[in-house]
Design a protein around this ligand. Structure first.
Ligand SMILES: Nc1ncnc2c1ncn2[C@@H]1O[C@H](COP(=O)(O)OP(=O)(O)OP(=O)(O)O)[C@@H](O)[C@H]1O
Length: 314
């Protein structure tokens, strides 16, 4: 099963929200669409789910969804039915398909085991932690064998540790069940950690669609690069001292982890600031009145010290 999104355009009251959006999602693939708040991520997801109509464009499923193989969308507040137990919540979709009780029970048991909430089957949602509620919501989505799984800000309500754990869990589950999945989020860490490919939506357009590493280290524009994290623009006249390969661009974009510092008493740079950041040290280095951010494993450089900066290939 794969999914092709082609030339999607959407306006609300003559304001263009989405313009000519196109991408593919392969079988077993998890794609994240990232972008700032209000850029149209939820609108795009709703169009793919058929809950909203596009002005132009198409969404093509290689294996068209059916009642027994539906497109499932999980919204950020993952509303569980508060007066139903966890078992009843998870089995709800199968009951709606009029499956027999024994069969539903067996499938719900499998889900409870897989999602490691077997001891919570008879609890009500209010008795669960946010992470457990999240698992119930995903289990409820997975049990109906969805053709495509759509996640809208899946971890918005979780703290950082739980978020990363849940991201890995969703990744494993989606692969184990072989379900093409699209997640929309403004949380970059989450998108980088679980996606096969990432689409960057800025000003209504999909500016880049590629692997996490490629969008991060090889951003197609300064706008995309800045949205994805801190970036240094090295001006053309400084290419030789940074050892940037010759090219036609006016400035080379380098992530802080793409620069290395070496001690050099005659070097063009000076350490202006040093900050401990856990698994690396963040330095601000000035060269000709420009400041560059460098993340380094080396912590021996001190403010005021003269240094050289070099581009390191990734
Ligand atoms: N039904 C609607 N009628 C009119 N405008 C709408 C409607 N739905 C969304 N919009 C507008 O379309 C734009 C995109 O909204 P959308 O919810 O898709 O953004 P988003 O990227 O998901 O935002 P967030 O990250 O904050 O959830 C916003 O400006 C929003 O106000």
């Amino acid at each position: 099963m794969d999914l092709k999104v082609r030339h999607i355009t959407k306006q609300y009251r003559s304001k263009t929200v989405l313009e000519d959006i196109g991408f593919d999602v392969g079988p077993h693939e998890l794609v994240s669409i990232v972008g700032p708040s209000g850029v149209g991520k939820t609108t795009l997801l709703k169009i793919i789910a058929g809950l909203e109509t596009a002005d132009t464009g198409t969404v093509h499923f290689s294996d068209p969804p059916t009642q027994h193989h539906p497109v499932i969308i999980v919204f950020q507040d993952y509303v569980l039915f508060p007066s139903m137990t966890v078992r009843e919540n998870i089995g709800f979709g199968l009951q709606a398909q009029r499956m027999g009780k024994d069969k539903i029970d067996r499938q719900v048991d499998r889900m409870l085991d897989y999602f490691q909430i077997a001891d919570k089957g008879d609890h009500y949602p209010a008795q669960l932690s946010a992470g457990q509620q999240q698992r119930v919501a995903i289990a409820r989505a997975m049990i109906v064998n969805p053709a495509v799984l759509l996640l809208d800000e899946p971890f918005a309500n979780l703290d950082r540790n739980l978020k990363m754990e849940t991201a890995r869990f969703i990744r494993r589950t989606q692969q184990a069940f072989g379900i093409p999945t699209i997640s929309v989020t403004h949380d970059l860490e989450e998108a980088f950690s679980m996606s096969d490919r990432i689409g960057v939506l800025l000003d209504g357009r999909l500016r880049q669609f590629d692997t996490p590493k490629a969008v991060y280290f090889n951003s197609v524009s300064p706008q995309v690069a800045r949205f994805l994290g801190p970036v240094n623009a090295i001006p053309r006249n400084l290419f030789p001292i940074f050892r940037v390969p010759e090219s036609e661009t006016d400035a080379h974009l380098a992530r802080p982890e793409n620069l290395t510092i070496t001690a050099d008493a005659q070097g063009p740079g000076r350490i202006a600031e040093k900050t401990f950041a856990g698994h690396y040290t963040a330095y601000t280095v000035t060269i000709q009145d420009n400041a560059y951010t460098v993340y380094s494993q080396a912590d021996q450089f001190t403010p005021g010290q003269r240094v050289a900066l070099r581009l390191k290939p990734y």
